[in-house]
Ligand binder design. Structure first.
Ligand code: MSP
Length: 652
């Protein structure tokens, strides 16, 4: 029954910060996930919204001389406008000040109290006011800085209501063991398991000091503390706490959620507290948490206080909202932080979208329409080049379906662009602009083949760039495809090559080249060259040039980093266990500890030199060398492969 439905959520965003590229990132990932599922014929419930209670908001409202409610109301339009601009098709926008939500939170707390999971006690601890979180540490010792924002902490002592989280450690570990795919990526899951194994403390779920919040049931001196309030949105949005039959049906229909999407900073709340609350009230846990890393600007996480915030509206004006959606899905991997620069955005829009894809669509349409090709007949049978091209389309389809199903969106995009390059190469080789002069039948075969390829591309790209793809569907004269049923791969393969296309010219250029100056934005890092960036290499003097045979002496292989640990006796070295597929596993020591944490490397595919003599580094055997680039100061990058390759494949 759950098979044809998809309930997906973003976190609810703190309402006192306007949307920025970071929060847009989470929301676009969710929108793409929802659209992919809609494309697969599923009924989708997409929840997003705002987190509106807490001390910070009360203080901000006071500074502005406003009532808190007035202040939070004024912050909603920028969110809705940004999401609309980016084509975010949410089903419901929840606000924690919605009456139905407040009622649901009261219901949750009452049920926790009824099951004897709540007690009153005194809490003393370090507290970060801006982040609204208590920070672990001995209050008699030196105050640490907030690990999340780096600001100083206050010592707070007060009477709180506590949730018996400690009683749920074993149940949580059982749940994790029974649901090995609960958290993606795996490294984040392992961190959560280790955290729970380390023992859980009971959780404070009320505050006396915070007045702008939901009154704690049975004790109006307290309000419900942030996570008890915020996390509940995922069930209050679908009827929990409501009295009507409709509410109950809604809850039965949609809960548990299929996917909670979030950044890495809030995994613990979703992976530990939230399932424990749900277990306590006998509700099922969400099926999966998808955790992404940060968007960095100038190497640091975007935040208002650092002044490096990229405004989605400004970006949409300059580059186009759907180009930004594509950029985020193509050039970030959820497991690694991604540095975004405006130069890089410009390169991507011009190279990937305008040159590779936009020009292809434009060329095919203009060529066909200029040669009486408003109606392009389908192919009765395929031969030679047609068979090869269809095979490439099928490879693309299989790879995209697989990567999308595993939330490897960057790899799915790379597979689509590989096929776009193949379509461009096909046109280049077949030269229909010459053939049309001598062989009209063949001309139409080539155009037909390319239109079929564009149909595949635009269908697969619709979740990422829905409005642009609608223009392509219209130009090709096709309806938006829906892939109902269990096997999307098969259905896409069946997008037969005997379809008749009725072409019309695009009313405007699909992706105009961007020539304008960059918008005024904060200092950002240098771009990482995109797969399509043309790099002009300096000419090498003949005397120092190497031959291809010299190059071939270096054996560089693709390998996946299975394990990575810091070395006890060295601050510089990391010890990696790398899988080279048929070439076996190797231990490789690399001097990159100053740049990367071990957990950032686990699971990555990278390139290694494998025919250096073995040697000891920091007392450990090293059987190869990780290839990468550093800026001799702060950053190191492995060589990013544009799609997954078999381990052991040779770089040449
Ligand atoms: N209100 C809480 C969530 C409660 S959910 C029950 C919250 N809000 S937030 O506005 O601070 O962040 C919301 C989401 O945006 C988080 O998933 C966070 O990781 C993400 N991002 C905020 N800045 C980000 C980047 N710079 N990069 C990527 N994502 C970032 O936390």
């Amino acid at each position: 029954m759950a098979k044809n439905k998809f309930y997906c959520t973003t976190p609810i965003y703190y309402v006192n910060a306007a949307p920025h590229l970071g929060t847009l990132y989470t929301t676009v990932i969710a929108d793409v996930a929802c659209r992919w599922n809609a494309l697969r014929g599923k009924e989708v419930f997409f929840l997003t919204g705002t987190d509106e209670h807490g001390q910070k908001i009360a203080e901000k409202a006071e500074q502005l001389g406003q009532k808190p409610q007035q202040f939070v109301d004024s912050m909603i339009p920028p969110f809705k406008a940004a999401w609309q601009r980016y084509g975010i098709e949410y089903t419901k926008f929840i606000r924690t000040t919605d009456k139905a939500h407040e009622k649901a939170v009261v219901e949750l707390i009452e049920r926790l109290m009824a099951s004897d999971d709540v007690y009153k006690s005194t809490y003393q601890g370090f507290y970060c006011v801006p982040d609204e979180t208590f920070v672990a540490g001995d209050v008699d010792g030196q105050a640490p800085l907030c690990p999340s924002c780096g600001r100083s902490l206050q010592v707070v002592q007060e009477e709180n209501y506590f949730f018996r989280l400690s009683a749920y450690a074993d149940k949580l570990l059982e749940f994790y063991a029974a649901n090995p795919n609960f958290i993606q990526p795996k490294e984040k899951f392992n961190e959560v398991i280790e955290f729970v194994k380390g023992g859980l403390k009971d959780l404070s779920i009320s505050r006396k000091t915070v007045t702008w919040g939901i009154p704690f049931p049975g004790d109006s001196q307290h309000t419900v503390y942030v996570w008890g309030d915020a996390l509940t949105n995922y069930i209050s949005a679908v009827g929990f706490g409501g009295n009507s039959a409709e509410d109950s049906e809604l809850l039965v229909k949609w809960w548990p959620a299929d996917l909670h999407i979030m950044g890495k900073d809030i995994v613990r709340f979703h992976a530990v507290y939230w399932p424990a609350f749900l277990m306590a009230v006998n509700l099922p846990c969400p099926k999966k948490l998808l955790v992404h890393s940060y968007i960095l600007v100038g190497d640091t996480k975007m935040s208002k206080s650092r002044g490096n915030v990229l405004d989605p509206m400004v970006l949409a004006d300059t580059y186009g909202a759907e180009a930004i959606r594509y950029f985020l899905m193509r050039y970030t991997s959820f497991a690694q932080d991604a540095n975004v620069s405006l130069d890089q955005l410009l390169t991507v829009v011009n190279a990937d979208l305008s040159n590779s894809f936009g020009n292809l669509v434009n060329r095919v349409l203009s060529l066909a329409l200029a040669n009486n090709g408003a109606v392009v007949p389908g192919m009765e049978s395929l031969e030679n080049d047609g068979v090869v091209l269809r095979e490439k389309a099928h490879e693309c389809i299989a790879s995209v379906c697989d990567e999308m199903a595993h939330y490897n969106y960057h790899l799915a995009m790379a597979a689509i662009w590989k096929f776009i390059a193949e379509l461009n190469a096909y046109l280049h080789e077949q030269q229909p602009w010459k053939i049309v002069k001598t062989d009209t039948k063949r001309f139409f075969e080539i155009i037909s083949m390319t239109c079929h390829g564009l149909q595949v591309v635009s269908t697969l790209l619709w979740p990422v760039m829905p409005e642009k793809m609608k223009l392509v569907f219209a130009a090709l004269g096709i309806n938006q495809p829906i892939l109902v049923g269990s096997d999307a791969t098969e259905q896409l393969r069946k997008m037969t090559w005997n379809k008749t296309f009725k072409l019309t010219m695009l009313s405007s250029t699909l992706f105009p080249r961007i020539e304008v100056a960059q918008p005024a934005q904060p200092e950002v890092a240098q771009p990482v060259a995109s797969a399509q960036t043309a790099v002009v290499a300096p000419v090498v003097a003949e005397a120092s040039a190497i031959t291809i045979d010299d190059f071939a002496k270096v054996e560089m292989l693709v390998g996946t980093i299975l394990e990575c640990v810091a070395m006890v006796n060295s601050k510089k070295l990391l010890k990696l266990q790398v899988d080279f597929g048929p070439r076996g596993k190797r231990q490789i020591v690399s001097g990159i500890a100053q740049y990367l944490k071990p957990e950032e490397l686990i699971g990555l595919q990278a390139v290694f030199v494998c025919n250096l003599p073995e040697r000891k580094m920091g007392g450990e055997l090293s059987q190869g060398m990780l290839v990468g680039v550093d800026d001799s100061d702060t950053r190191f990058s492995t060589l990013l492969l544009s799609c997954k390759m078999p381990n052991g494949a040779r770089v040449k």
